[in-house]
Write a protein that binds this ligand. Sequence first.
Ligand code: DGL
Length: 268
Amino acid sequence: MRAPIAVFDSGVGGLTVVGALRRELPAEAIVYLGDTARVPYGGKSQKTIERYSEEIASMMVSEGAKMVVVACNTASALALAHLRDVLPVPVEGVIDPGVRAAIAATKSGHVAVIGTKATVGSGAYERGLRAACPDIRVTSIACPLLVPLIEEGMFEDEVTDAVLRRYLSPLRETDADTIVLGCTHYPLVAEAIGKALGYELALVDSAANCASAVARRLASEGLLAGDGEGSLDLGFTDPPDRFLGVAGRALGLATAPAAIRAVPPLGS
Ligand code: DGL
């Protein structure tokens, strides 16, 4: 089916998922919407996150999307059930794929999860990890300053390094051997995370696992695009200029995506 897959995030972080989707499903048309006017979602209430997510996703569905990918851990943790209730198309998030990858990676049975305040506060990763493996130990750390630093493009920066050292220092006292990057922005600072930890930990980024889950879902629903060349359209709720560098890096794109459009404001 040639209709596009809709992918959304609060900002640019979900582009890490777009990169994985493009690799896994090169024939698909992908439409991405970053809610740059209202980023970050991570400190907001469940009600607000549900409302923002529904506004964004239903706009994309009304434009013909065949499936919605919630490329945001915060929206996946707090609004996935709501979106599945209100949308007429399949909806995939990033938490379950991240859980599966973490379970596969850990040998010590102790997994660290880093994410926004809302994601960590929701307990969604703990619930998922415990449901899959009841004996697992989980240390979750909220990192609220990271999304703004990443949206500013401060990937290699001493301020980001210092913030990461502060957030990650409690992990040194534990035998956690796996860390879930529980925010789609964080793969953009994966190197800085490794440096701040100063020792080896398996880094779980749910993007690739999410892309495989999307591929399976499209196949089981008979919605795959088939052969041909895919496409990518990017939209943002606020002018995207300052995000283009970040977008290029997230996607590993040498050139700009096919189309970048500004979406009319959605209200606050
Ligand atoms: N990329 C979003 C996530 O995965 C960022 C959250 C935010 O907007 O605070 O959680």
